[in-house]
Design a protein around this ligand. Structure first.
Ligand SMILES: Nc1ncnc2c1ncn2[C@@H]1O[C@H](COP(=O)(O)OP(=O)(O)OP(=O)(O)O)[C@@H](O)[C@H]1O
Length: 227
């Protein structure tokens, strides 16, 4: 077991609904992410997966329970340096080229982007090396998602939280993409949590978390291919 990066206990998240009532989206969720983890987060639409990822990434606050980042330092420095986040919709900036989108976290962190060799090599290993000069409007949805993953990895974070990063790819292409992602992660301690509806992708991860009506069951899959 690696270093504990994130730990959550008794998480609850309520939202107001349209009728001035409240809906409970997360209920008493306990979970922990260790360095090097490969976790698939599965569950039906609306079960609370995105909400959990946002809280684990410090993008949203729980209404009950606690979340802490013992292995990732101060809250203010979590992103983009410690946590790379892939949003369900890839959210690339339309006026920036693919290469500029991938390099954006470095720019925001005050780093010298220069030729951005890391970004270029990420694009290359994801089979997107030819797209650096393209604008987002010229991409397919699946390409945009993979570029968002490259952007999440460019700072060398300790944790990547990815919300349906292959939702617009067929299972075979998604698996090939994850092979490339695992190759990039080989020899690093980077932890990966992927929300997915794709069983083929989920089975590639060592650990499965299952969300059902806001309740989370965590479990290890001893026979899984990835560590
Ligand atoms: N800001 C919000 N205000 C009110 N309700 C919300 C808000 N965000 C999410 N919800 C509700 O919380 C529930 C869980 O949403 P969430 O996006 O976390 O589910 P999900 O499992 O990621 O779904 P999907 O697989 O379709 O992406 C849904 O019923 C959703 O409508």
């Amino acid at each position: 077991m690696g270093e504990t990066l994130v730990i959550a206990k008794g998480l609850g998240r309520e939202f107001r609904d349209g009728n001035a009532g409240r809906i409970s989206v997360l209920r008493n969720v306990d979970c922990e992410i260790a360095s090097g983890a490969r976790i698939a987060l599965v569950g039906p639409s609306g079960s609370g997966k995105t909400t959990l990822l946002h809280i684990l990434g410090g993008l949203d606050r729980p209404t009950a329970g606690i979340v802490e980042w013992p292995g990732l330092g101060a809250f203010e420095t979590l992103r983009p340096r410690q946590i790379g986040f892939v949003f369900q919709s890839p959210s690339l900036f339309p006026a920036l080229t693919v290469a500029q989108n991938v390099g954006l976290p470095m720019l925001l962190a005050g780093e010298n982007v220069g030729d951005n060799d890391v970004g270029a090599s990420l694009l290359q290993s994801f089979g997107l090396g030819e797209l650096g000069d393209k604008l987002p409007e010229e991409l397919s949805g699946g390409q945009a998602q993979r570029i968002a993953m490259a952007r999440a990895l460019v700072m060398g974070p300790k944790l990547v939280l990815a919300d349906e990063p292959t939702g617009q790819l067929d299972s075979r292409t998604a698996l090939r993409f994850f092979d490339a992602v695992f190759d990039r992660l080989e020899g690093t301690d980077i932890a990966l949590v992927v929300a997915t509806h794709d069983e083929v992708v989920a089975n590639r991860m060592a650990t499965r978390w299952t969300m059902d009506h806001g309740r989370l069951t965590t479990g290890h899959r001893p026979g899984a291919a990835a560590a």
